[in-house]
Design a protein around this ligand. Structure first.
Ligand SMILES: *Cc1c(COP(=O)(O)O)cnc(C)c1O
Ligand SMILES: [Zn+2]
Length: 386
């Protein structure tokens, strides 16, 4: 049962039954805390709502779910052989709206509605806006979404189809944020509301449950805002406190593109926070985040678990995307392909052992993206800066 919200930086406690954004004291993200003595085993629901006792929605409406969650863990035997590694893929492409943003949106929207919010606003690189706009439509909430003009067309279409108000803005997600600053609706941007993490943390619960209540050695995560990585780490801590898992934590690995790698740079420098990445650009648009608000939480999670952070370039990502389709029949999104490039690099430098069991996240559907060879559609031409 949800008890309160706790600041991830200063620890200040906040009321969980009123609408909250950032910490009142230090403007950092808030984390949902639960009474873990009153948590039952997962229910039989075939969605993330099976973990309802560790979710913030007090009275989930069964009719609201689109079946989000409980995505399969798929072995990649041919790719594992080719890389001399042991790779399992959690496939988030099989989820409503075609990206794992649906997890955060389902839980975030359901909780916002429960708290009486009338509508949401959000800047986005595309997938989050699409997921939140569609779940808002399902919940009967208004939404205003702003995205950069180089966001994939398909995500624009999802937002428009939902009936949301869409604002297209030149520049990056930072410019999109300015474009909704004047809108008087609940700000649901990444980590500015506390419940998106709760939706995304269910990936951690599912990985452990699907492996038979044990953890893998390593989890590799394509990191933009870092919500999923923070969420998985939070889930692991909760499960440990619940006594559902014991022993060492999986080492958490954050993968970024060399075109936008603020977390990697901070990790390498031993810094507690990241610095704004100038002229950020990557084809893996979901991880194009120049200064994540939760950078200090991401870095803490990586270091605490003995993990690491590394950047891979877009050419390598595209090559691994093609190789995975060829060898495994799996058409990854570029962000997902980046996790394969990371495994390749970490095997090459010896950080990963051949018998380390590695779970990689394919965070979205490959078919949402412009094709490998065709390049982006003209209307969605990215601002290439190199
Ligand atoms: C948003 C997104 C990511 C990054 O997720 P964060 O939790 O913000 O780090 C990765 N892949 C895809 C496809 C995304 O849309
Ligand atoms: Zn604080």
């Amino acid at each position: 049962m949800l008890t309160h919200l706790e600041c991830a930086r200063c620890g200040l406690s906040h009321d969980a039954d009123t609408v909250q954004n950032l910490c009142h004291e230090c403007a950092s993200p808030l984390l949902a805390r639960y009474d873990l003595t009153r948590v039952g085993r997962p229910t039989s629901e075939n969605s993330l709502w099976r973990y309802r006792d560790v979710l913030p929605v007090r009275d989930p409406d069964p009719a609201f779910s689109l079946g989000e969650g409980m995505t399969p863990i798929v072995p990649l035997p041919a790719l594992s052989r080719a890389l001399d590694a042991k790779i399992l893929m959690k496939d988030e492409s099989l989820i409503p709206t075609g990206s794992f943003k649906a997890r955060g949106a389902a839980v975030g929207v359901a909780r916002a509605k429960e708290l009486g919010v009338e509508g949401i606003k959000m800047p986005t690189n595309g997938n989050a806006g699409a997921a939140w706009a569609l779940y808002a439509a399902r919940a009967g909430l208004r939404s205003v979404i702003a995205m950069p003009d180089d966001a994939p067309l398909i995500t624009r279409e999802e937002v428009e189809a939902s009936g949301a108000e869409l604002r297209i803005v030149p520049g990056t997600i930072a410019d999109a944020a300015k474009a909704v600053a004047d809108v008087a609706l609940f700000d649901a941007s990444t980590l500015r509301e506390p419940y998106r993490i709760e939706g995304k943390k269910t990936m951690g619960y599912e990985i452990v449950e699907q492996l038979g209540w044990r953890v893998p050695d390593v989890i590799v995560y394509p990191t933009g805002g870092g919500v999923g990585l923070i969420g998985i780490h939070k889930a692991l801590h909760e499960m440990r406190e619940l006594g559902w898992i014991t022993g060492p934590m999986p080492r958490l690995v954050a993968v970024q593109s060399t075109g936008c790698a603020p977390i990697v740079r901070a990790f390498d420098e031993g810094a507690a926070e990241s610095a704004f990445w100038e002229d950020a650009y990557t084809d893996a648009f979901g991880i194009n985040v120049p200064k994540p608000l939760g950078d200090f939480i991401i870095l803490r999670a990586i270091r605490e678990t003995g993990g690491t952070a590394l950047a891979v370039d877009d050419e390598r990502i595209e090559a691994d995307r093609a190789e995975c389709a060829r060898l495994e029949g799996v058409f990854l999104c570029p962000e997902g392909a980046a996790t394969i490039s990371a495994v390749r690099a970490l095997r090459a430098n010896g950080w990963l052992a051949a018998d380390d069991e590695v779970v990689v996240l394919n965070t979205g559907a490959g078919i949402k993206y412009p094709s490998v060879n065709r390049g982006p559609a003209p209307e969605a031409a990215p601002h290439r800066r190199n």
